[in-house]
Design a protein. Structure first.
Length: 425
């Protein structure tokens, strides 16, 4: 099936007991086992099935299957937030004493997670500027477990060199994890060499701003046994699950060792499960994702062109307006559009940026992206405020930078609001 069909039909045709076409909200904690033998097989992973909603749920399973199919993966796991997805993607193969290499171009919350919280757990993050992909190789050693990056990093919006860095990872048997939150549907990281994809489903996948959630998609395209010493958490007996060796335990089920361990260890122990109701709301959003992304991209391109010609705007940051290698990468990895995020700097700096935000009437001033409605924020004083000045600049946040997430309203109304706010700067 094509993507537009996948998001509507994969994983559910009808509820067998009621013939309901809509995916039901299975608001339950537990599931009745057929008998003791059935229960034993589920707990020993001889058979996959529902045990407890902290680990799996039928409503979540439909969302997982649709997103896995949409991205070209083999399995997916829904979690309580995008932050949980980012943390789990690293913790699933890194423990104390290990390191991973990350792009410097990150969302502020992810930067803080990597540079502080994971550091306190003994996991080192080595930051590398993606403008120089070869530096990723220089940062890899025998304790490196993965590379992490954002497809369309917020707020720099320089599309990441997925294929170039994935080749470096393959050379050293190190998987590439891509956060594709800002570019679902319009970019397929797995088809460009990535191995794991993470999302904040809170953003475009939902699109409605109703629920918090996250997702991890396993590409099934990385050989975890080829470098068994590099991935002991997948290739040595796990004392927390009866001595299971995940690369072996997963074989009867498919190439899902990574996501299987994440589910039965991390999700089980940390409990960062997505609620069935939230999964239901994300399924509703996913059904219209292809249509919304098309409109998001069309509107954002028109806004970028408008701002680029405005006398009070110093600079516009948008992939289509970039030149050289950054424009080439945007065209190589993005299909059907360049996303809905754009940034700009006002000539009069921080005070002008704040005044612009305060005078908006249609656009919402919120700490989110990817809603159907248009949003605006001043990152330096909000989403990236916990970073040092140098860290802010490294991630692309200058004092006067304003970030817009362009929605699907009529373009004339969006530009009219931007225009009246700019007049008051």
């Amino acid at each position: 099936m094509k993507e537009e069909t996948i998001v509507l039909h994969t994983g559910h045709r009808r509820d067998e007991s009621t013939t309901s076409v809509a995916v039901p909200i299975y608001q339950t904690t537990s599931y009745q086992f057929n008998n003791t033998e059935h229960a034993a097989k589920l707990f020993s992973l001889q058979e996959l099935g529902n045990i407890y909603t902290r680990i799996m749920n039928p409503t979540c399973a439909v969302l997982e299957e649709r997103m896995s199919k949409l991205d070209g993966g083999v399995a997916a796991m829904a979690v309580s937030s995008g932050q949980a997805a980012s943390a789990f993607s690293i913790q699933n193969i890194c423990h104390s004493g290990d390191n991973f290499v990350s792009s410097t171009d990150l969302y502020g919350g992810t930067w803080n997670l990597f540079s502080n919280t994971l550091k306190e757990m003994g996991i080192e993050c080595r930051f590398v500027d993606p403008a120089k992909p070869e530096q990723f190789e220089n940062a890899i050693d025998d304790k490196t477990r993965c590379i992490y990056a954002e497809t369309l990093p917020n707020p720099k919006l320089n599309v990441f060199p997925i294929n170039e860095v994935s080749k470096i990872g393959k050379k050293h048997n190190v998987p590439l994890i891509m956060d594709n939150t800002a570019a679902p549907y319009i970019c397929k990281p797995l088809s460009h060499g990535a191995n794991i994809v993470v999302y904040s489903t809170t953003k475009y996948i939902g699109g409605h701003g109703l629920s918090i959630g996250g997702l991890i998609v396993d590409g099934g395209n990385f050989d975890w046994e080829a470098a068994a010493d590099r991935f002991p958490m997948l290739n040595k007996p796990d004392p927390s699950y009866h001595g299971a060796v995940w690369s072996e335990a997963a074989k009867p089920l498919g190439p899902i060792a990574y996501i299987l361990r994440a589910r039965v260890i991390l999700l089980r122990d940390y409990g960062s499960a997505m609620s069935p109701f939230n999964a239901f709301t994300f399924i509703q959003g996913l059904e219209t994702l292809p249509l919304r992304m098309q409109r998001h991209c069309e509107n954002a391109e028109k806004v970028a062109q408008y701002l680029d010609g405005h006398s009070k705007v110093e600079k516009v940051i948008y992939p289509k307006l970039m030149s050289g290698i950054h424009r080439d990468r945007a065209e190589s990895y993005m299909s059907g559009g360049f996303g809905s995020l754009l940034g700009f700097e006002l000539k009069d700096g921080e005070d002008a940026g704040k005044k612009f935000i305060d005078n908006l009437k249609l656009l919402y001033h919120v700490a989110n992206i990817g809603d159907a409605r248009s949003l605006a924020i001043h990152p330096a004083s909000t989403t990236h405020s916990q970073l040092s000045d140098d860290e802010k600049l490294s991630s692309g946040v200058t004092p006067g930078y304003v970030r817009l997430s362009i929605g699907i309203e009529h373009i004339d109304d969006i530009i009219e609001d931007l225009d009246q706010a700019l007049k008051k700067v």
